[in-house]
Design a binder for this molecule. Sequence first.
Ligand code: ADP
Ligand code: ASP
Ligand code: MG
Length: 407
Amino acid sequence: MATIVMKFGGTSMAGIERIRHVASRVRREVEAGHRVAVVVSAMAGETDRLVGFCREASPLADPAEYDVVVSSGEQVTSGLLAIALGAAGVPARSFLGWQLPVRTSAAHGLARIEEIGTGDLVAALDAGQVAVIPGFQGVTADGRVSTLGRGGSDTSAVAVAAALGAERCDIYTDVEGVFTTDPRIVPRARKLAKITYEEMLELASVGAKVLQTRSVELAMKERVRLAVKSSFSEEPGTLVVDEDEIVEQELIAGVAYDRNEAKVTIVAVPDRPGAVATIFGALADANINVDMIVQNIAHDTAVTDVTFTVPRTELVRARAVLEAAKDAIGFERLIADEKVVKVSVVGVGMKSHAGVAVTMFRALAERGINIQAITTSEIKISVLIAEEYLELAVRVLHTAYGLDAAA
Ligand code: ADP
Ligand code: ASP
Ligand code: MG
């Protein structure tokens, strides 16, 4: 008797009809003789709505109370799915984050799962019940409700799978698997039958939101067998696997984009040791992540410009922090640009092939797309470009690396 975890995303849970459909898919696995734990997201759009309420109530809402509000969407869908399963003749019950418990760090809004209590969960599965668990939520050591960051239900599912030693963790979403790029932007994107953990991790971290980055990280570490499938079709989906399980490795696995980027240029920073440390020290103290960094060496003057990106959602804070540190840093002025996006290509084949970056730069140049910043890792190249070119850039790169599906 295999234990499996099934996770259903927001589109799959949007409305009672769809929840009934989810219940029928769960029932099929139960009838196949499996012990099933289900992790659910809030209905599509619901978390955004709840975040909006918090912002409206106060732009600086108490993070612990923010979590109480935004975690509620999953409470609703977990109860509704348990009801729908019961109505379909499948014994089921819900377990909220604090009930299991899903213990997390105290970093409200971006908490990390530390441990999951499985006693009651295993007892329910042993008794032949389906356990329905709201994703995205947990509880801190001092008993406050926490949430795991946007898209966090994927991580909840993987963590439950790891805690139960489940055979599989199937992530059901609104596309048929992991594609060579977002199929909503490039209709000729191809579904990948398999992708390595390493590539999936990198793709997720540069914006492919089909899986939350932490879920892939955790699956890799805990050796969870992860699959991405559609809630709405019977197609096989994508398996996330080790590198040696892929027979013919492609050069590039995929192209991803991230709209949550803002570019900051600090003009006329003194060109002396410690200047950059002061800038990024101030941002780090405020817990603001910096991604791409470009700094020129000053030639004829004693000052230089420093350009970097921060999450767009953090730009207001970043600006405030830097303005407050203006005297300590000693810069002239700060220019911010929110109309930028990051486009990345990812592939383990890059480790052993030259010329991958040039293909990217040429393809963009041919379309007159200017590159404003570049970062690379062993298996990734990212460029920052003007937002208006996003779709064109993704399509052009998809073609340039030979990823288009046959017409
Ligand atoms: P869910 O609510 O099921 O968690 P998400 O919206 O979080 O769904 O993630 C699924 C979405 O991810 C798809 O609708 C698709 O637009 C987007 N996406 C981005 N990149 C990719 C990719 N490489 N492959 C598949 N989907 C992708
Ligand atoms: N509902 C949460 C969100 O929208 C978590 C999730 O869906 O994974 O971010
Ligand atoms: Mg998601």
